[in-house]
Design a protein around this ligand. Structure first.
Ligand code: NDP
Length: 480
């Protein structure tokens, strides 16, 4: 059975304990590889390697760092097919989605920050004829990056690319649920000539490896993407150590459909924003609010389109919904469907696991699920489910829908469908979320600030924000 290795000090290494975790292919429900069950000893080795690599990497010209990172981006691009298949097997997503979306985005992430660093500059503040201030922005040192299982390589590279481009060295932990593409990525780092110790990838459990990174006294910056509860735990440990934190957390995003919308587009994109990647995208719109005059019409069209989505083997091109990433998560999503029923919801579509034939018979598949008749403030409508489950709720006025949309503890993203400019501006201003999409979904420009309000996060990633986060500022004041 294939054994995944840690990537420490430029080489592929076994965990010091020699213990491994079973890595399961969620579409067949069976172990297919072994993931290092690393611990704080491996994190310490990774830290020491990163610390030793820091002086040379941080002193290298931005142009030379950029060249190495661009080579890495090229190598990912040359290996898109291999990485997409690996991601699909490891995570359960349809392979075409990994090939069209996730892996190309990993290329873009690295390309974007490798080129951005060559244009990154800092400010100066003149005090007329008697003094000038200038701000130095320098790499910080060894930083920790922790990422989740839903978009494994995409979110992993989204963090490490700005950290490395800015001149830091990294100790990173991908999710133990989906370690494969980070492992394949480490092989590409070696091939690209990334100097040893600059990036170290330690595989294993959050409670062991993740917490050792967060608690390490030498790692003063933590960039984390994952659940809100884990984010709170990380903040609890990191705050008394005065670590710099970026937290990208959960979401429960509203998707608001006004009667004057472009109906066909709103329906088609709502299907995508509800069920892409099995609904396991933090930006999916899981609460659909529909203006009363078109409620029944929208409901019928939405159900019809969703019904046509094939749940199947992720490796087949006609599969629209693949497997849920793990047994644990599969049980959690089904538990929420039971809760919705208990809370008085009516299941309009799905609401059950899907049993496939052949080698997929034990896979973790759930039918796209549409529920109506729930109060906007019941648990099903307030808590993050993170699966192929959405609720439909009618509304009459802008004030009413704003109250419902803003009712959760989350504030990551929102989508609004309307052809009325005033409505669009009013909603964009009043919705409490870090991102508002008008008449589109998941349209991303990597220069824009990305992150959540309320309990969806702290800080923003993307563009200059990320490069600022991964650098330290120092003001120098010179009197003439
Ligand atoms: P988790 O919070 O469970 O885990 C995220 C990462 O943190 C994993 O690598 C995990 O390790 C690790 N971890 C777990 N416990 C600790 C700890 N105590 N200290 C340090 N690290 C720890 O999230 P999921 O992996 O379940 O991902 C789903 C969540 O991520 C959803 O809530 C989703 O909304 C959110 N998310 C947010 C995004 C955003 O941009 N805002 C984007 C994508 C997802 P391991 O799993 O290996 O044990």
């Amino acid at each position: 059975m294939q054994k995944i290795a840690n990537y420490i000090d430029g080489s592929l290494q076994e965990p010091t304990s020699n213990n491994y975790l079973e890595n399961i292919n969620p579409a067949i429900g069976k172990v297919y590889s072994l993931c290092p069950d690393s611990d704080e000893t491996d994190v310490e080795l990774a830290y020491q390697a990163a610390k030793a690599a820091f002086p040379e990497w941080s002193n290298m010209s931005a142009n030379n760092r950029s060249k190495i990172l661009l080579k890495l981006a090229d190598l990912i691009e040359q290996n898109i097919d291999k990485l997409a298949i690996a991601e699909s097997i490891d995570q359960g997503k349809p392979v075409w989605l990994a090939k069209l979306g996730e892996i190309p985005r990993a290329v873009e992430n690295i390309h974007f920050f490798a080129t951005a660093i060559e244009h990154f500059a800092s400010e100066s503040h003149s005090m007329g004829s008697h003094a000038i201030n200038y701000t130095l922005r320098t790499p910080i040192g060894v930083v920790g990056c922790i990422s989740p299982w839903n978009l494994p390589l995409y979110l992993f590279t989204w963090k490490i690319a700005p950290a490395l481009a800015a001149g830091n060295c990294v100790v990173a932990k991908p999710s133990e649920v989906t370690p494969m593409t980070a492992y394949l990525f480490s092989e590409l780092c070696i091939e690209a000539g990334l100097p040893k110790g600059v990036l170290n990838i330690v595989h294993g459990l959050g409670g062991k490896v993740g917490s050792a990174i967060v608690a390490h006294p030498g790692i003063s910056v933590i960039s984390f993407t994952g659940g809100t509860k884990t984010g709170a735990e990380i903040a609890r440990v990191a705050a008394p150590m005065f670590k710099k934190l970026s937290l990208e957390l959960g979401g429960k995003n509203p998707n608001i459909i006004f009667a004057d919308c472009n109906f066909d587009k709103a329906v088609a994109e709502s299907v995508r924003s509800s069920f892409s990647n099995q609904g396991e995208i933090c930006l999916c719109g899981s609460r659909i609010f529909i203006e009363k005059p078109i409620y029944e019409k929208f409901k019928a069209a939405f159900i019809e389109k969703s019904k046509a989505m094939k749940v199947g083997n992720p490796l087949l091109d006609d599969t629209k919904i693949g497997a849920i990433a793990s047994q644990l998560h599969f049980d959690k999503v089904l538990g929420y469907i039971d809760l919705a029923k208990e809370e008085g919801g009516t299941i309009l579509l799905g609401g059950h696991p899907v049993k496939l034939d052949g080698e997929n018979a034990d896979g973790y598949f759930i039918a796209p699920t549409i529920i109506e008749g729930l109060a906007y403030n019941c648990r099903t409508n307030l808590e993050e489910i993170f699966g192929p489950v959405v609720t439909l709720t009618p509304f009459e006025t802008q004030e009413e829908v704003l109250e419902m949309a803003n009712a959760t503890q989350y504030g990551l993203a929102a989508t609004v469908w309307t052809e009325n400019l005033n409505t669009a501006h009013h909603m964009a201003a009043q919705i409490k979320s870090g991102i508002v999409w008008i008449n589109c979904w998941l349209l991303r420009d990597l220069r824009t600030p990305f992150g959540g309000m309320k309990q969806s996060g702290v800080g923003r990633e993307g563009g200059w924000e990320a490069l600022r986060f991964f650098t330290e500022q120092k003001n120098v004041c010179i009197k003439f």
